[in-house]
Design a protein around this ligand. Structure first.
Ligand code: PMP
Length: 409
């Protein structure tokens, strides 16, 4: 097992300095850093095998295709899926959710219901809200008071007309872990399709799909040590077969005549156009890296850091942490009385600490928690206890500075 120092050395960017200080990167919920090996895999693909996939009968194209398909196999193994046909490459979580929403659309009619939780990222909220409006479906939002999914309220809205339940595995605002296995079981009893947003979970909960039995699972590579611009839509084979393609073009068809087009098999049927094969190589390498590091080890480190983050931030004078769910992973958001989150983040930045501020694409959840904006600190397994100390000291200093300028605290 690697020491924390060895782990950190795998990530070149963590050596960076900003404003003359060692960078403390605590915005991992927005994007994670890339191990050097992942960058090497991307560059290797570009340097040696760059060619379009599934098209050419020449060496380079075959290599490029092999790298793409190897990545698909790796993702399949990582998730415990039943075959490569269940893994579709997309542009990211947002793209995956939209693909499911659009793909399920023909099967929905007026009077059907779509259920989401109030903790959802806009990417797993707005596509369903829009779909409901287009099809005349009811759109139900399950409350999550204090960041905890309200199972009773869920049971109350669940009925024979519920057709889709879309929930996150881990909230990007509060870090709440939602009970997706129980949600799935209850939704399946009513015959509803379950779509899980795994963006914040996939790095440390690769067993989500197996354990929950959900129908679709969406995530982005850039939140699991891969690069931006690529993600995955997992779907149970039988469910995937029912999904209408939402994009049409090259690569997803078998025959095209002036009168008719026949579609390719899965997963290609849902991958119109040239896929992001360089991104796929990076994702494959990221999966290798995560597997080698070990899901249990990653979860262990991140849980310990989250507990420390929660405890230390909660002790800072003037800080109110948003939500107190029983299970929380990787993320703690907070507000400082009388101060805008942007001011805090800007002052932390000048002290070398990168955190996110604003609404975090979760305006419904923010409002439910009585806030309009928040500061969010989020850890990955390469962070350290010392970095959390630096954050808290820098935060205390920032609050002191804002107070002395009459920030109205
Ligand atoms: N869902 C959750 C829970 C997220 O945290 C994010 C990214 N912030 C998304 C969806 C959207 O991911 P992407 O922007 O990569 O599509």
């Amino acid at each position: 097992m690697k020491t924390q120092e060895e782990l950190r050395r795998d990530f070149p960017l963590l050596q960076r300095r900003v404003y003359g200080r060692q960078l403390v990167y605590l915005d991992n919920a927005a994007t994670t850093q890339l191990p050097g090996r992942v960058m090497d895999a991307m560059c290797g693909h570009m340097r040696k095998s760059n060619a379009n996939v599934h098209r050419g009968a020449y060496c380079l194209s075959e290599e490029s295709t092999r790298l793409l398909e190897q990545a698909r196999e790796k993702v399949c193994g990582y998730l415990g899926a039943h075959g490569a046909g269940e893994i579709v490459f997309t542009g990211g979580t947002t793209d995956s959710v939209n693909m499911v929403a659009r793909g399920l659309e023909p099967g929905l009619t007026e009077g059907d219901e779509i259920v989401v939780s109030s903790l959802e990222h806009h990417s797993n909220f707005v596509p369903w809200q829009q779909l409901a409006a287009r099809r005349g479906c009811a759109f139900r939002v399950v409350p999550c008071p204090d960041g905890e999914f309200d199972m009773r309220a869920f049971e109350a809205v669940l009925g024979e007309t519920t057709k889709v339940v879309a929930v996150a595995s881990v909230s990007n605002l509060t870090g709440s872990v939602l009970p997706i296995a129980e949600i799935t079981r209850k939704a399946h009893e009513k015959g509803a399709v379950v779509v899980v947003d795994g963006a914040q979970a996939v790095r440390h909960r690769p067993g989500d799909i197996r354990e929950s039995g959900c129908d679709f699972y969406c995530f982005s590579a850039h939140k699991m040590c891969g690069c931006s611009g690529i993600g995955v839509l997992y779907g149970k084979r039988a469910r995937m077969e029912t999904l209408s393609p939402t994009a049409f073009g090259g690569g997803m068809v078998k025959t095209v005549t002036p009168h008719n087009t026949t579609m390719e098999e899965l997963p290609y049927r849902l991958e119109a156009g040239t896929p992001n094969f360089i991104g796929a190589s990076a994702l494959g390498a990221a999966v290798d890296y995560l597997k080698e590091t070990g899901a249990d080890e990653i979860a262990r480190i991140e849980r310990a850091l989250t507990a420390q983050l929660w405890e230390r931030l909660g002790a800072v004078d003037g800080v109110r942490i948003l939500g107190s769910p029983e299970k929380r992973e990787g993320i703690v958001s907070f507000v400082v009385k009388g101060v805008h989150s942007y001011d805090i983040a800007a002052l932390l930045d000048k002290q070398g600490v990168a955190v996110r501020s604003g609404t975090h694409c979760a305006q419904v959840a923010l409002r439910e928690l009585g806030a309009q904006h928040a500061v969010r600190a989020s850890v990955a397994f390469y962070n350290t206890e010392e970095e959390i100390d630096i954050l808290c000291r820098a935060l205390e200093k920032s609050i002191r500075m804002l107070k002395s300028y009459g920030g109205g605290l």
